[in-house]
Design a protein around this ligand. Structure first.
Ligand code: KG4
Ligand code: ZN
Length: 336
């Protein structure tokens, strides 16, 4: 018997609904609807939370109904509702969580609250073969940069993370310094494609530290100083350099974590995992330095926020006992 889950995601500037089915081990996407107010946000140079939430309030019901129509399911065939509980913007999270609670009560369906940071890894369970525990998880998003050892679906140990800005945040802030629109990661990557990463030397943060922590705020400051002090800066070269520096920091720490924990399976996830330089460099370095390594990365289109990840994670997460008690939690993390 297959199981069908409706996933709802509204942690940041996107509104997503997806219907997934699971038959034995095989998980299939029946529909995946996503609307982002990124274009609107880019005119503000970043996310304007109030504006994002207003858009989501308008979109959430039409998007859920579109996802159900596309998947050709009615409420009767849905077995459970999954929703991003946090972390994220409180106004945005509330819209998804309160909508999911309402549907769960009215339709009498179990509600599965999902940690968005964990959900980022779960598009990998749509692949065959699926990842096998234990694995090292490197989560790189707009708000988080974490190294975590996953021992089971809901069992994990935190190894380290950023002490200040997240890698995605660093991409976004550097883009802003270069007058590039939000979100900055894809813009920097595009502009840097033909650039020379060695023209401008940027410090690779915390490369020599023995822990598994990161720091990206100093890099942003170095870029700000360079831009201020270099007339006619070559943006393409600088973008290549920013991308290479962030990649080096992430890959170096991930490799040393994998080695120190004797882990051969690694999953790279989160919005920044859409970066092709990072994907390729991690793959090449693991192949070279960790014997028998296996690297999983979600397909590029499922790295950034989406409801497929939320629903996929829900197949491995217990429903809540009391849906009415579920509350949006903007501070949910992997470190405690
Ligand atoms: O996971 P995500 O969609 O949202 C959060 O949960 O934060 O990540 C968004 C972040 C943004 O900082 C964006 O600039 C970055 O992911 N990003 C990228 C790329 N695509 C998205 N960074 C570098 N290269 C990309 N191709
Ligand atoms: Zn995310």
């Amino acid at each position: 018997m297959s199981k069908i889950i409706l996933g709802i995601e509204s942690s940041c500037d996107e509104t997503g609904a997806a219907i997934l089915s699971r038959d034995g081990d095989k998980i299939t996407i029946l529909s995946n609807i996503l609307s982002s107010s990124a274009e609107l946000q880019s005119s503000f140079g970043g996310i304007f939370p109030e504006q994002a939430a207003r858009e989501q309030l308008k979109l959430i019901i039409p998007i859920i109904s579109q996802a159900m129509k596309k998947a050709n399911v009615t409420k009767d065939s849905i077995d459970a509702i999954a929703v991003t509980q946090g972390p994220g913007l409180i106004g945005s999270l509330l819209i998804g969580v309160e909508t999911a609670k309402t549907l769960s009560l009215v339709w009498q369906k179990p509600l599965i609250p999902i940690n968005h940071l964990i959900a980022h890894f779960y598009p990998c369970w749509l692949q065959t073969p699926q990842p096998i525990f234990p694995f090292l998880g490197l989560l790189v998003s707009g708000g988080h940069t974490d190294l975590v050892v996953f021992k089971g679906h809901t069992k994990y140990d935190y190894l380290g993370g950023t002490r200040d800005d997240a890698a995605g945040e660093c991409f976004d802030k550097c883009a802003r310094l270069l007058d590039l629109p939000y979100p900055g990661g894809p813009q920097i990557s595009k502009l840097g494609r033909d650039g020379n990463p060695n023209t401008y030397k940027l410090p690779v943060p915390m490369l020599g530290s023995k822990d598994f922590d990161f720091s990206f705020s100093g890099l942003k400051t170095s870029v700000a100083n360079l831009v201020k002090n270099t007339p006619n800066i070559n943006k393409s070269d600088l973008c290549a350099s920013i991308e290479q520096t962030i990649t080096k920091s992430l890959v170096t720490k991930a490799l040393s974590a994998a080695k120190s924990q004797n882990l051969t399976t690694v999953i790279l996830a989160g919005g920044v995992a859409a970066n092709t330089t990072l994907r390729q460099t991690l793959e090449d370095s693991l192949k070279k330095e960790v014997p028998n390594s296996k690297l999983f990365i979600p397909p590029i289109e499922l790295c950034t926020d989406n409801a497929v990840s939320t629903a996929a994670n829900a197949f491995f997460t217990k429903p809540t006992k009391n849906p009415l008690e579920v509350e949006a939690n903007p501070n949910l993390s992997l470190s405690h």
